[in-house]
Design a binder for this molecule. Structure first.
Ligand code: ZN
Ligand code: ZN
Length: 395
């Protein structure tokens, strides 16, 4: 078993606080990307900027190739943590912990250089932009990621979660849901509020749609299947005595299974079309899909390898089962582009007795130690499960 350098590395806490104080929104992470590039260059990685992200490649003889991915973006949230290293940017905050991801991934990158006599192969440190908007991984793939770096055998990633600090959690199969947002435009026909018979009222149609959509989870998918259908926004009209021309609904769908996802999306379109037809509207409704997150589904064999490595490093009691999280990620876009398996795990960030605050909350403030050490060691030890075995040696 490889031995990691002492953690945290001497620069990690300072860098974490700096990133936390200077958050950048999705697809605007230029300062963060420059900082990451500079540090990877100093460590001896071959760096490239791809699609707003940064990739560093460290080649260390023949062997497998492992890609470790971190995300860099912050959220449009006004920080209310009271920390002395709180965000200095108005209305922008690292409320999802991606500053931890960057600091841990840079730490793992340096650790791999320091212990290069203990492994063989290629280690790729990838930092993507725009996770929160599901745009960043896709942007890197669209900018030619697959042709610009060596093909990995496996991809790894992790997320800070409101769980006990010092622990890590993983599981085979679906660990994060697929997410789909849909903008539905419901057609109508404008009229004076006193002359409804001359129009087609999209407010009534939209109201029927909202009620009928609730039957998808209870009546369309099987009782044991997971699905969420939320109408997060409904907008129509501006005045009490005008029947508007159209109504707009914003829907959000979460699923853990591709066939369930298809069934739900089909049912949504069917219900909307049916209600529009019932209203007598002459125009068709329109469906605009956006912020589409794929399913995050850990490969079973890959997860076993990672789990064994994490147990060996942290001890059995520090590695727990990750319950499926109904949040979504675009990480899997990267391994899917290469056609390779992946594992995604959680890193606890809250001390015992502390009331955990959920990701995206303005008070989200994971404890720095041992979260930095845990996330750094988790990435490096998982990567070494592939890279640490030299020819002629057993694992
Ligand atoms: Zn987030
Ligand atoms: Zn996140």
């Amino acid at each position: 078993m490889a031995t990691l350098p002492d953690l945290p590395l001497d620069w990690q806490e300072e860098l974490y606080k700096k990133l936390h104080a200077q958050p950048e929104l999705s697809m605007e992470e230029s300062e963060t990307a420059a900082e990451v590039t500079r540090r990877l260059d100093e460590m001896g990685y071959q760096t490239q900027q791809i699609g707003g992200g940064v990739v560093g490649v460290l080649t260390n003889g023949d062997g497998p190739t492992v890609l470790a991915r971190a995300d860099m973006d912050a959220l449009p949230v006004q920080e209310d943590s009271g920390l002395d290293y709180a965000s200095t940017v108005d209305g922008v905050m690292h409320a999802c912990g991606h500053d931890f991801h960057v600091t841990c991934a840079l730490g793992a990158a340096q650790a791999m250089t320091e212990i290069r006599d203990q492994w063989q192969g290629t280690y790729i440190a990838l930092f993507q932009p725009g996770e929160e908007t599901a745009a960043g991984a896709r942007a890197m793939v669209d900018d030619g990621l697959v042709d610009k770096i060596p093909k990995p055998d496996v991809c790894l990633s992790q997320h800070v979660l409101p769980e006990l600090a010092g622990t890590v959690m993983t599981a085979p199969g679906a660990v994060l849901s697929a997410g789909d947002s849909i903008k539905v435009t419901v057609p109508g026909k404008g009229s004076h509020g006193s002359m409804p018979h001359l129009g087609v009222d999209p407010v009534v149609t939209a109201a029927s749609i909202v009620v009928r959509l609730q039957s998808i989870v209870s009546r369309v998918i099987a009782p044991g299947d997971f699905g969420v259908v939320t109408v997060g926004s409904i907008q129509a009209g501006a005045k009490s005595n005008i029947i508007p021309d159209s109504a707009t609904l914003l829907l959000n769908v979460r699923t853990y299974d591709e066939s369930v996802r298809e069934k739900i999306l089909e049912a949504i379109e069917r219900i909307v079309r049916g209600e529009c037809q019932a209203s007598g509207a002459t125009d068709e409704p329109t469906f605009e899909y956006y912020d589409r997150f794929p399913l995050t589904e850990n490969d079973e064999a890959t997860n076993t390898t990672v789990t064994d490595a994490l147990r060996e490093h942290f001890g059995d009691d520090k590695v727990t089962e990750l319950a499926p999280v109904p949040a979504s990620e675009d990480f899997s876009v990267i391994p899917d582009a290469f056609g390779v398996p992946y594992c995604y795990w959680g890193v606890g960030g809250f001390e015992e007795g502390a009331t955990p605050v959920g990701n995206h909350n303005p008070k989200f403030a994971p404890t720095i130690h041992p979260t930095l050490e845990t996330g750094t060691a988790a990435l490096a030890s998982a990567a070494l499960a592939w890279l640490g075995s030299r020819e002629g040696e057993g694992r």
